[in-house]
Design a binder for this molecule. Structure first.
Ligand code: SIN
Length: 335
């Protein structure tokens, strides 16, 4: 089906679903309110730890009034399904990679542009700016109220062969998240992009259905991709981060003190988690190095410049979709 018809029908379904969400979310106005919070990474990852901390603090501050059920490691559903389930009120909270909102908005594509942000500090600055904060409300009328951004970390490549330069990627099948920018990025380096859920990647790498992927050290370690990929290239060419979102109809019908209290907990947890994300990725890297199974390639500055130059046309290709003002705000964030 044409992408736009598909998106339109999904949009209509989500709109309809948001009318029914209150009746599905809780039986009693007194609570306890159940917040089902599925996600796809392991408990030890930046997202896994932050989700668990949100549960602990929320239940401690509001005993008997709220229960947060965290389902890590795609136990309950994958990210694609969780986007629909949130809109339908089957679950109450998500933290889905910004890349995977691509079917709902072009605005988040700014986070996927290769080499746009050099590090997490710059991304955090952009997310805190007016242009970044406006993205929290980007999808509210479609059933996704953004509460905060959570970091995972910077992306690096893994592959079955050494990727010293972009030309080495030619002809390889790359798993990517569900994002058209990432698709264009892989095409720019001569690879074949394949959109795939995180939970399917290990087996696809193991069987040779795909040859390469991009992810953070924390995900590469916890999802064991290092077991089935010989080469790891520390390119830091992109970002994995999340929009933590709730269904606005569910959220707005919570008693005011509880809603405001949970938003405070979320702010505290976001600050805590975002400060720890770099450390957790560093630990992931050390764990991979300790396993001693991989050849790690640290690209030189001239090699990195070549990667950047080869991927650069992607910025131009998506500038109009992203919005020139938003893109300029991101580019100028360090000025
Ligand atoms: C995530 O970190 O939640 C997902 C990343 C991926 O799908 O590669």
């Amino acid at each position: 089906m044409n992408k736009y018809i598909l998106n339109l029908s999904r949009y209509l379904i989500i709109l309809l679903a948001s009318f029914f969400v209150i009746s599905c979310s809780n039986d009693s106005a007194e609570g306890p309110y159940i917040i089902k919070f599925p996600h796809v990474t392991a408990p030890a990852t930046p997202k896994g730890q932050a989700a668990q901390r949100f549960k602990e603090l929320a239940e401690e501050r509001f005993p008997g009034r709220v229960i947060v059920e965290v389902y890590p490691s795609s136990q309950l559903m994958n990210d694609d399904d969780s986007l629909e389930a949130l809109a339908f009120g089957e679950i109450q909270m998500i933290a889905v990679s910004l890349s995977k909102f691509d079917r709902l908005t072009n605005a988040f594509q700014v986070f996927d542009l290769p080499f746009l942000f050099p590090n997490l500090q710059t991304i955090e600055k952009f997310q805190a700016s007016p242009a970044g904060q406006s993205l929290l409300d980007e999808l509210t009328d479609r059933g996704f109220k953004g509460l905060n951004f959570w970091h995972n970390g910077m992306k690096i490549f893994t592959a079955t062969r050494a990727l010293n330069e972009p030309g080495d990627a030619s002809g390889l099948n790359f798993r990517i998240m569900e994002s058209d920018v990432l698709q264009a990025q892989v095409q720019a380096i001569g690879g074949n992009p394949q959109k795939m859920a995180l939970g399917e990647v290990y087996q696809a790498l193991q069987t040779g259905a795909i040859d390469a992927q991009e992810n953070t050290w924390a995900n590469i370690y916890s999802a064991k991709f290092f077991e089935v990929q010989e080469f790891i290239m520390e390119t830091n060419h992109g970002y994995v981060g999340y929009l933590v979102a709730v269904n606005p109809s569910f959220w707005n019908q919570l008693p005011e003190d509880l809603r405001i209290g949970l938003e405070q907990v979320m702010d505290e947890v976001s600050e805590w988690g975002n400060m720890r994300s770099e450390i957790i990725n560093q630990e992931g890297k050390e764990n991979v190095l300790e396993e001693n199974r991989n050849q790690i390639i640290y690209p030189s500055s001239s090699q990195l410049a070549l990667w950047q130059e080869t991927m650069q046309p992607v910025w131009e290709e998506f500038a109009d979709q992203i919005g020139t003002e938003r893109l300029e705000a991101a580019k100028n964030i360090n000025n």
